[in-house]
Design a protein. Structure first.
Length: 446
């Protein structure tokens, strides 16, 4: 029997419309906008100024703290300015504008297709190269990878778990990456194993990708300690705590880190980026992204450079459909609607989903909560979403905190299943943000 996590979960329509589509390398735009906040933690600090010439792979911003990440130029050209730019959340944040001139790469980057398997570096040297390359979690969370590879005192890694489930509807970039770069991914996994000194890794893949499971299983025969584990299709299995439960049957306590269960979880795209950083000296300046939607004429998977406007990806898929459209950075369950297609691709942009027509307009018929507890039954964190949504809507922050609103992973399962069509996720996101602000202020006073 296929494994999955044991608490809650749903199975929305998969709509993997771009599955099986070859990865297309998207041409660089005339200008890139590279935000200094492309990761969880402190923003990076710019190390270039207006008029500076840069190459592809040039360091343009240094990590601004322990939890932060370096940022590199994705193009060659001249720095036009350092100014604010809209991000996917709709806020203006500092960014570096670079006018593109040619395509000259840093000479240290190995651009050949030759597979490099052997690595004589120590664990620390691997982690240092990952940090220098600015690698973050590419599943969307964007947590700096080097921090995950340095467990806090008293914690020891026992296993690397690679998240290759890609459970969100529409998303297919990880699937395509596994089919086209399977061996490089496996080398990346061995590097991650060496970095945290473990001899076992499991790549979890949902069973709706049988070709990827077969392909990596065949390749993994040559990589000791790496197991390919097919998993039952169940959303949100891509959540760290849910994936750990599915793979090793351990549950991470509320407020605890995955390392408390002996696991270090990394996205499959991150494993590939680690390979490129350590074996090819290639910083993270481009990523794999899917663009999809029921009314998009040509759903595709792209290799795209950071800073490219999202409008360019949509145009390459045939443009926006006529009528109402909602453009989402990410998938329809956990993604966020964009204010403009001028928003640039960042390290966390794993997909662009276009909802059109009736899909793009929220049904206004919202009814009262009938205490049916469907949201409780599907919550993968074992919470009571109706309480969290109600307390947030009424600004009862104390109640929201008492019912563990900060443990919500914002998967949207509650809203998806609510028969009253209540905006549960909207309210919970708002309440979670408020409660976390209150907790931080309380800690500062104590």
């Amino acid at each position: 029997m296929l494994r999955t996590f044991r608490i809650g979960g749903i199975h929305p329509p998969e709509n993997k419309l771009s599955a099986g589509k070859k990865i297309t390398a998207l041409a660089a735009p005339k200008q890139v906008i590279i935000p200094l906040s492309q990761h969880i933690g402190a923003p990076a600090q710019a190390v270039v100024k207006k008029g500076d010439l840069v190459k592809v792979g040039t360091l343009v911003a240094k990590a601004g703290g322990f939890v932060s990440a370096n940022i590199h130029s994705s193009v060659s050209g001249k720095v036009n300015k350092i100014d604010n730019a809209l991000d996917s959340s709709g806020y203006k944040r500092p960014a570096i504008y670079i006018d593109v001139e040619g395509d000259e790469w840093e000479e240290t980057i190995d651009r050949s297709d030759a597979l490099v398997k052997d690595c004589a570096l120590s664990s620390k040297e691997i982690v240092d190269k990952i940090a220098a390359a600015g690698i973050v979690g590419l599943g969307g969370a964007t947590f700096p990878t080097q921090v995950k590879l340095m467990p806090p005192p008293g914690n020891k890694a026992e296993i690397i778990i690679i998240n290759a489930v890609e459970c969100e509807p529409y998303l297919t970039s990880d699937h395509s990456l596994m089919m086209e770069k399977g061996e490089q991914i496996l080398v990346g996994v061995t590097l991650l194993m060496k970095a945290v000194n473990v001899n076992k890794a499991v790549i979890g893949i949902e069973n709706n990708k049988p070709d990827a499971i077969a392909h990596l299983t065949k390749l993994a025969a040559g990589y000791p300690g790496i197991e390919i584990m097919p998993l039952k299709v169940q959303y949100p299995q891509g959540g760290e705590k849910q994936l750990i439960d599915a793979v090793i049957r351990r549950q991470v306590k509320s407020g605890a880190l995955p390392i408390s269960a002996g696991a270090v979880v990394q996205n499959v795209g991150t494993a590939y980026a680690v390979y490129e950083a350590v074996q090819k000296n290639k910083p993270l300046f481009e990523r794999y992204t899917s663009v999809s939607g029921k009314h998009i004429s040509q759903p595709k998977n792209f290799l795209v450079r950071m800073g490219t406007p999202i409008s360019q990806l949509i145009d390459a898929c045939g443009g926006l459909p006529d009528g109402d459209n909602k453009i989402i950075a990410g998938g329809p369950m956990m993604g966020k609607a964009l204010m403009t297609t001028g928003v640039p691709v960042c390290k966390g942009t794993n997909s662009i989903t276009v909802l059109s027509g009736k899909e793009a307009v929220r049904d206004g018929a919202t009814g009262p909560c009938i205490r049916c507890a469907k949201c409780v039954g599907v919550c993968p964190m074992g919470l009571e979403p109706y309480v969290l949504a109600t307390s947030s809507a009424s600004h009862n922050w104390e109640m929201a905190e008492e019912h563990f609103i900060t443990s919500c992973i914002e998967c949207g399962s509650c809203q998806y299943t609510c028969p009253a069509n209540r905006p549960m996720l909207d309210n919970i996101r708002f309440g979670k943000s408020k409660v976390m602000t209150i907790i931080r202020a309380r800690k500062q006073k104590s």
